[in-house]
Write a protein that binds this ligand. Structure first.
Ligand code: 5GP
Length: 206
């Protein structure tokens, strides 16, 4: 089977679950990958860089992109728009890369309906809600209102945990990173029906 085609790894979970730290820890260990950079209307946070963390746009620009059908998926999260552009995803797939998405449960559902055959999904969470609260408060990046909203959202998202193939409890960063690295490596082996059919055809021709 050709190794040219890529695959998809979706990571979801509440803000404060440690997704970014885990990604940083495994990046050198998992081979060729592309981190999907989303477009968002939420304000840029301290420490974030345009074009690295997100493409930051206003609502009018975002809506124009929706009309032009530029998104593979988009959703409203915490009152702001977030979306994944289609073009770089297509490019990375044809380059045989593992595409990593950090998106919410709505995004996971949309990606699964469009690219389900080659998608592996992981829900990352701290061991308990109280631990999540402690982490969000310690981060000191958000005010109390935002923290409350994130907690409310987390309680809603955890109800959809069964939509994920893997649940990763991030109680120890080192151990969780080892597990995520294994999942990412195996995710590459997923093949679409089209790829399998192509392989069978070529195989019979020999
Ligand atoms: P944050 O504002 O903390 O960076 O992200 C808030 C939430 O939006 C997170 O759950 C994150 O996974 C989700 N998110 C980020 N980009 C996208 C996207 O392109 N699509 C969807 N559906 N969710 C996204």
């Amino acid at each position: 089977m050709s190794a040219i085609n890529g695959a998809v790894l979706v990571l979801s979970g509440p803000s404060g679950a440690g997704k970014s730290s885990l990604i940083h820890k495994i990046v050198d260990d998992i081979g060729k990958c592309y981190f999907s950079i989303s477009t968002t209307t939420r304000p840029i946070r301290e420490g974030e860089t345009e074009g690295v963390d997100y493409y930051f746009v206003d609502e009018a620009e975002f809506k124009k992109e929706i009309e032009e059908d530029n998104f593979l998926e988009y959703a409203v999260v915490h009152g702001n728009y977030y979306g994944t552009s289609l073009k770089p995803v297509k490019k990375a797939l044809t380059e045989g890369k593992l595409i990593i998405f950090d998106i919410d449960v709505q995004g996971n559902s949309a990606i699964n309906s469009r690219l389900g055959e080659i998608t592996t999904s992981v829900f990352i969470t701290p061991p308990t809600l109280s631990e999540l609260k402690i982490r969000l408060e310690n981060r000191q990046t958000d005010n109390q209102d935002v923290i409350e909203r994130r907690i409310k959202m987390a309680r809603r998202e955890i109800q959809r945990i069964s939509e994920y193939e893997y649940v990763l409890i991030n109680d120890d960063l080192q151990r969780a990173a080892q597990k995520l690295s294994l999942i990412a490596k195996i995710a590459r082996f997923k093949k679409s029906n089209e790829e399998i059919n192509e392989f069978v055809q070529k195989w019979e021709d020999l």
